[in-house]
Design a protein around this ligand. Sequence first.
Ligand SMILES: [Zn+2]
Length: 301
Amino acid sequence: MKWRTPEPRPYYAKYKRLPVENDCGGWFACYELPGDIVAICEPQHLQEVNVYLIKGSERALLLDTGMGICNIEPLVRELWPGELTVVNCHRHFDHTGNNWRFREVLIADEAGALRQAREGCPKEPLRNQTDPDMFLFGYPEGFDPADYWIRPFNARPVEDGHVFDLGSRQVRLLYTPGHLEDHLMLYDLREKILFSGDMIYLGAIYVQFGNDVLGYSDLDQYIASLERIERELPEIRAVYTSHNDFIMPPSCTGMIRESLLAVRDGTAEGVPLRDEKYGYYGDPETMKQYFFDGFSIIYKE
Ligand SMILES: [Zn+2]
């Protein structure tokens, strides 16, 4: 991992950088991707989360709102001044931090996600996210680490299978529990692009959450969700991910599903995860990390 070396990730060179004004001093970086889609990323924080703006002729869809360390709303307005629908792929802080700045955010109809919308996510479990080591160039201007939490927001539950009509393109929503109970993906029916959230990417894949605040992972559900994707969407052309490199080939889905099966069936060998900082909310002593080609799986039996 390049973490804390100032060189940009090499994969950014594959994409066209979009010059923007409201980038909060370089905190946000925007890239133009095939299919009339803009990726907004936060490369200065270890999470390296990707937010997507999917543009139609009538309306745009914003998938997630970032960490909430900087205000993403003026940037979104700069990129898309028109009608906007905001959706979360799941309730974790790195996807929902700026939700409160938008009139309404659509989420899965799931108890934990609905509770977070009402109450927010408190400071304590997020404290390690504001550790100076998590920031490439220190805190951005105006950010107070002591005040970092996820604020409540106006949520509207949306059902599995819902189709968003953006004019000139339609996007289908699919419930895909596994990483968390409320995880969902979006499928662009025109471009045949799957927005996979935190369930398909090349990096550390988290299947170890197990508390009321940050939610619950489920390995069997994770596998079933990927099977559903492969069964119902055999024609996917590309997978756009919420962390790390933006675009993955569709074969990634099967590769990750097979690795999850190997973890479940005990044919893969894990190593104890003892790094508290990257252990992610739970006793790191009880977790194992399983390494595969280009990604790893973090799992708690
Ligand atoms: Zn995430």
